[in-house]
Design a protein around this ligand. Structure first.
Ligand SMILES: [Zn+2]
Length: 229
């Protein structure tokens, strides 16, 4: 059966730095991939002094989406760094609307899967947690209607061997997940070169990108997930 995958994240580089290997494999195996970013990442690093960083970052995101093989992108227009309770309810409703619209346009039966970020935020960024909670609400709400074939929601997480302990250098960043907490590991090293290209699409965030690539080496294409259904 055809699979629709909604990958819902807060910032334009979240899926690239996170589960891009898995997303590439999904798209190549025929999954219709929908990428959702809640913000344009307009308060990210801006080494080139772009006047409107958000516009540049969305262009970078679209390049990365193309390399990933995404069928469609959905930008929701919220402000980077300002995701919170005040917008959570609206985001949930908009996600539900997007999924319903996409499903209604299908001319064959399909199953629907979600992917988002661990609700601990991985880096501790509250935007990440809001994206995760909104995606989770939309998933269970749609599933609860009984009308849509919702299968599972996968939360990309960091394993304990990457972040052995919590970190309070800046904001609270939790330790990585233990092996018992991780339900699925996807080894996408067969598309490692593409993963590296996808990460490097985010040229404005190149300091983080190169640090991430160098720290993780080949493991940048190995993704860890908590899975719920
Ligand atoms: Zn982020």
């Amino acid at each position: 059966m055809k699979k629709l995958l909604f990958a819902i994240f807060a910032h334009p580089d979240d899926e690239a730095f996170g589960p891009s290997g898995t997303l590439v494999l999904e798209a190549r195996s025929g999954t219709e991939l929908h990428l959702v970013t809640l913000t344009s990442g307009q308060t990210g690093q801006n080494p080139d002094g772009h006047e409107d960083l958000g516009v540049v970052r969305l262009i970078e995101w679209h390049k990365a989406a193309k390399l990933m093989g995404a069928a469609k992108t959905h930008y929701l227009g919220y402000r980077d760094g300002q995701l919170c309770n005040n917008v959570l309810v609206e985001i949930q409703a908009r996600l539900i609307k997007i999924v319903k619209e996409v499903v209604s346009q299908q001319d064959e039966p399909c199953e629907v899967e979600f992917m988002t970020i661990d609700d601990n935020g991985i880096t501790g960024h509250i935007d990440h947690t809001v994206a995760s909670r909104a995606a989770t609400f939309a998933f269970y709400t749609l599933k609860g209607t009984g009308n849509l074939p919702l299968t599972r929601i996968r939360y990309v997480c960091a394993p304990q061997d990457v972040f052995p302990t919590h970190n309070i250098d800046w904001i609270y960043m939790p330790a990585g997940r233990t092996p018992e907490e991780i339900d699925e590991v996807v080894d996408a090293r067969e598309v490692l070169d593409t993963v590296r290209q996808i990460i490097r699409c985010h040229h404005t965030q190149r300091a983080d990108a190169e640090a991430h690539l160098s720290a993780r080496a080949d493991a940048v294409a190995i993704n860890h997930f908590i899975v719920r259904n």
